[in-house]
Design a protein around this ligand. Structure first.
Ligand code: NI
Length: 170
Protein backbone atom coordinates (compact mmCIF):
# COMPACT_ATOMS: atom_id res chain seq x y z
CA UNK A 1 0.00 0.00 0.00
CA UNK A 2 1.30 3.45 -0.94
CA UNK A 3 1.29 5.84 2.03
CA UNK A 4 1.16 9.62 2.02
CA UNK A 5 4.59 11.17 2.59
CA UNK A 6 4.72 13.97 5.19
CA UNK A 7 6.03 17.29 3.91
CA UNK A 8 8.45 19.41 5.93
CA UNK A 9 7.81 21.31 8.10
CA UNK A 10 5.64 18.86 10.03
CA UNK A 11 6.07 18.26 13.75
CA UNK A 12 5.88 14.51 13.20
CA UNK A 13 9.13 14.71 11.19
CA UNK A 14 10.85 16.06 14.31
CA UNK A 15 9.94 13.08 16.51
CA UNK A 16 12.36 10.43 17.73
CA UNK A 17 11.32 6.99 16.41
CA UNK A 18 11.13 3.96 18.72
CA UNK A 19 13.22 0.81 18.22
CA UNK A 20 11.47 -2.19 16.67
CA UNK A 21 10.99 -4.86 19.36
CA UNK A 22 10.05 -7.75 17.09
CA UNK A 23 10.54 -8.51 13.40
CA UNK A 24 7.27 -10.17 12.41
CA UNK A 25 4.77 -10.25 9.53
CA UNK A 26 3.37 -6.85 10.50
CA UNK A 27 6.86 -5.36 10.29
CA UNK A 28 7.52 -7.03 6.92
CA UNK A 29 4.26 -5.55 5.62
CA UNK A 30 5.46 -2.12 6.74
CA UNK A 31 8.76 -2.68 4.89
CA UNK A 32 6.89 -3.72 1.71
CA UNK A 33 4.63 -0.65 1.98
CA UNK A 34 7.65 1.58 2.44
CA UNK A 35 9.34 0.21 -0.70
CA UNK A 36 6.10 0.68 -2.64
CA UNK A 37 5.74 4.26 -1.36
CA UNK A 38 9.39 5.09 -2.11
CA UNK A 39 9.25 3.72 -5.68
CA UNK A 40 5.92 5.45 -6.37
CA UNK A 41 7.56 8.75 -5.37
CA UNK A 42 10.73 7.91 -7.35
CA UNK A 43 12.95 8.22 -4.28
CA UNK A 44 16.09 6.31 -3.29
CA UNK A 45 15.42 6.20 0.45
CA UNK A 46 12.53 6.44 2.91
CA UNK A 47 12.28 6.36 6.69
CA UNK A 48 9.09 5.16 8.45
CA UNK A 49 8.95 8.57 10.15
CA UNK A 50 8.18 10.11 6.73
CA UNK A 51 4.90 8.21 6.53
CA UNK A 52 4.05 9.07 10.13
CA UNK A 53 5.08 5.74 11.65
CA UNK A 54 7.54 6.29 14.48
CA UNK A 55 9.48 3.03 14.20
CA UNK A 56 13.19 2.71 13.43
CA UNK A 57 12.84 1.33 9.90
CA UNK A 58 14.52 2.56 6.71
CA UNK A 59 14.38 1.38 3.10
CA UNK A 60 16.98 2.26 0.48
CA UNK A 61 17.53 1.55 -3.18
CA UNK A 62 20.62 3.27 -4.56
CA UNK A 63 21.01 0.84 -7.47
CA UNK A 64 20.53 3.66 -10.03
CA UNK A 65 23.79 5.22 -8.80
CA UNK A 66 25.47 2.05 -7.48
CA UNK A 67 24.29 -0.88 -9.69
CA UNK A 68 26.05 -3.50 -7.52
CA UNK A 69 23.84 -2.66 -4.53
CA UNK A 70 20.53 -4.42 -3.94
CA UNK A 71 17.56 -2.72 -2.22
CA UNK A 72 18.05 -2.69 1.54
CA UNK A 73 15.71 -2.64 4.53
CA UNK A 74 17.43 -1.52 7.72
CA UNK A 75 15.67 -2.17 11.03
CA UNK A 76 17.06 -0.41 14.11
CA UNK A 77 20.07 0.91 12.14
CA UNK A 78 22.91 2.37 14.21
CA UNK A 79 26.18 3.96 13.11
CA UNK A 80 28.96 2.22 15.03
CA UNK A 81 31.97 3.68 13.24
CA UNK A 82 32.53 6.75 11.10
CA UNK A 83 35.50 8.23 9.30
CA UNK A 84 36.32 11.24 7.15
CA UNK A 85 34.05 13.86 5.62
CA UNK A 86 32.25 14.38 2.35
CA UNK A 87 29.99 17.02 0.85
CA UNK A 88 26.98 16.00 -1.20
CA UNK A 89 23.94 17.81 -2.57
CA UNK A 90 20.98 16.07 -0.93
CA UNK A 91 17.28 15.99 -1.58
CA UNK A 92 14.38 14.39 0.30
CA UNK A 93 10.88 13.11 -0.50
CA UNK A 94 9.59 15.30 2.34
CA UNK A 95 11.03 18.39 0.61
CA UNK A 96 10.20 18.02 -3.10
CA UNK A 97 12.36 20.18 -5.35
CA UNK A 98 14.75 21.23 -2.57
CA UNK A 99 18.47 20.42 -2.75
CA UNK A 100 21.22 21.56 -0.39
CA UNK A 101 24.84 20.59 0.14
CA UNK A 102 25.33 18.74 3.42
CA UNK A 103 28.50 17.57 5.16
CA UNK A 104 28.49 13.91 6.25
CA UNK A 105 30.97 11.21 7.23
CA UNK A 106 32.74 9.71 4.21
CA UNK A 107 32.63 6.16 5.53
CA UNK A 108 30.24 4.61 8.07
CA UNK A 109 29.72 1.14 9.52
CA UNK A 110 26.09 0.49 10.35
CA UNK A 111 24.66 -2.28 12.52
CA UNK A 112 21.06 -3.23 11.82
CA UNK A 113 18.58 -6.10 11.85
CA UNK A 114 17.33 -7.46 8.53
CA UNK A 115 13.78 -8.51 7.55
CA UNK A 116 14.41 -12.02 8.87
CA UNK A 117 15.46 -10.63 12.25
CA UNK A 118 19.17 -11.35 11.73
CA UNK A 119 21.82 -8.86 12.91
CA UNK A 120 23.95 -7.43 10.07
CA UNK A 121 26.78 -4.98 9.59
CA UNK A 122 27.05 -2.79 6.51
CA UNK A 123 30.13 -0.83 5.50
CA UNK A 124 29.20 2.17 3.39
CA UNK A 125 31.02 4.90 1.58
CA UNK A 126 30.21 7.45 -1.10
CA UNK A 127 26.55 7.88 -2.02
CA UNK A 128 25.36 4.91 0.06
CA UNK A 129 27.00 6.44 3.17
CA UNK A 130 25.20 9.72 2.48
CA UNK A 131 21.85 7.98 2.01
CA UNK A 132 22.21 5.86 5.17
CA UNK A 133 23.14 8.86 7.33
CA UNK A 134 20.29 10.94 5.83
CA UNK A 135 17.73 8.20 6.61
CA UNK A 136 19.01 7.50 10.15
CA UNK A 137 18.71 11.25 10.77
CA UNK A 138 14.98 10.99 9.96
CA UNK A 139 14.61 8.38 12.73
CA UNK A 140 16.13 10.92 15.13
CA UNK A 141 13.76 13.67 13.97
CA UNK A 142 16.37 15.44 11.83
CA UNK A 143 15.87 16.48 8.19
CA UNK A 144 18.75 17.55 5.93
CA UNK A 145 17.80 21.23 6.08
CA UNK A 146 18.48 21.07 9.83
CA UNK A 147 22.13 20.64 8.77
CA UNK A 148 22.39 23.79 6.62
CA UNK A 149 22.56 27.45 7.69
CA UNK A 150 19.46 28.98 9.27
CA UNK A 151 19.36 31.49 6.40
CA UNK A 152 19.12 28.72 3.80
CA UNK A 153 16.62 26.81 5.96
CA UNK A 154 14.31 29.85 6.21
CA UNK A 155 14.37 30.24 2.41
CA UNK A 156 13.42 26.58 2.06
CA UNK A 157 10.64 27.10 4.65
CA UNK A 158 9.18 29.92 2.53
CA UNK A 159 9.26 27.85 -0.66
CA UNK A 160 7.67 24.87 1.11
CA UNK A 161 4.91 27.10 2.48
CA UNK A 162 4.17 28.23 -1.08
CA UNK A 163 4.26 24.64 -2.34
CA UNK A 164 1.81 23.49 0.33
CA UNK A 165 -0.64 26.36 -0.27
CA UNK A 166 -0.51 25.76 -4.05
CA UNK A 167 -1.25 22.08 -3.45
CA UNK A 168 -4.23 23.03 -1.30
CA UNK A 169 -5.64 25.32 -3.98
CA UNK A 170 -5.56 22.81 -6.85
NI1 NI B 1 14.76 12.35 3.49
Amino acid sequence: MVHEILLWPDERLAENAAPVAQVDEELRTLVADMFETMYAAEGVGLAATQIGILKRVVVLDVSAKCPELKPLALINPRVVHQKGNQLFEEGCLSLPGEFETVERSACVHVEFVDEQGNPQVLQCEGFLAVAVQHEIDHLDGIVFVDRVSSLKRELVRKRMKRLKSNAKNT
